[in-house]
Design a protein around this ligand. Sequence first.
Ligand code: SAM
Ligand code: ZN
Length: 267
Amino acid sequence: MELFTCPLCFQALTRINRSLKCARNHSYDLAREGYVNLLTAQHRRSKAPGDNPEMIAARGRFLDAGYYRPLAEALCAAVTTGGTAQALADLGCGEGYFTQLLSDRLPTVYGVDISRPAIRAATRRSKSVCYAVASTTRLPLIDQGFDAVTVVMAPFSADVARILKPGGRMYRVSAGPDHLNQLKQQIYAQARTHDRALEELAQFALTNSHRLTFEFTIYGSDLTDLIAMTPMRYTSARHQREQVSQLDHLVLTADFYLDIFELAVSP
Ligand SMILES: C[S@@+](CC[C@H](N)C(=O)[O-])C[C@H]1O[C@@H](n2cnc3c(N)ncnc32)[C@H](O)[C@@H]1O
Ligand SMILES: [Zn+2]
């Protein structure tokens, strides 16, 4: 069964050849690569929303070098513990590094990102994931269609509650206060630390919270990629970025929270 819905009328979509169609005959062609664009012009705030091709390429190279592999392992272990998750949606999935690893372990995985170049790259990475260009604020996914949702360093949307089955889980990864501190110290005159805002999410109960901290040594052009894929790209001075990219290597701390929320079963 297709778990995507029509972004115009919210009805279920059925696959007919290379298109997805709803009962009201709205039709969405599959791109050559196999993803579908469900971000209609009226719901798009800018012409090219989300991460741009340079950021996507930098993120892909950095992740493929394996620097965040411990995070990927922890996320996959958390999601597969208990073995109950069958269908998972990765929201703000980017170029699909984590999505692919999740899909190696679960029968049904969907990936959604607002950036078309991200989804295009993700589709090249894995053919077993169902990918759509869409915004998480208005998810074109069926009600109660998923056992689990992952949100890795991406914006949270209240619409997640609608697509989860009762008792379903959301796994949210966000940066901890020490994340990449040594790099921030190199780049900013005054590096600020920040902690995640663990807001009370309506309809969700926080069931578990892990903090994952590890060190890694990053070399040469991977440093430039790391800056290019983070907000540091915009918020730092060019000469600071250039100075850092001249460094042979840097020892960095990765600091992540993995928060697990469970959707309350409605009475
Ligand atoms: C920091 S990247 C993380 C990507 C991926 N989860 C990972 O960890 O490799 C954040 C992603 O969120 C996407 N994004 C931002 N706003 C979004 C929205 N409203 N709906 C869907 N995706 C969004 C961006 O395009 C980008 O790919
Ligand atoms: Zn429709």
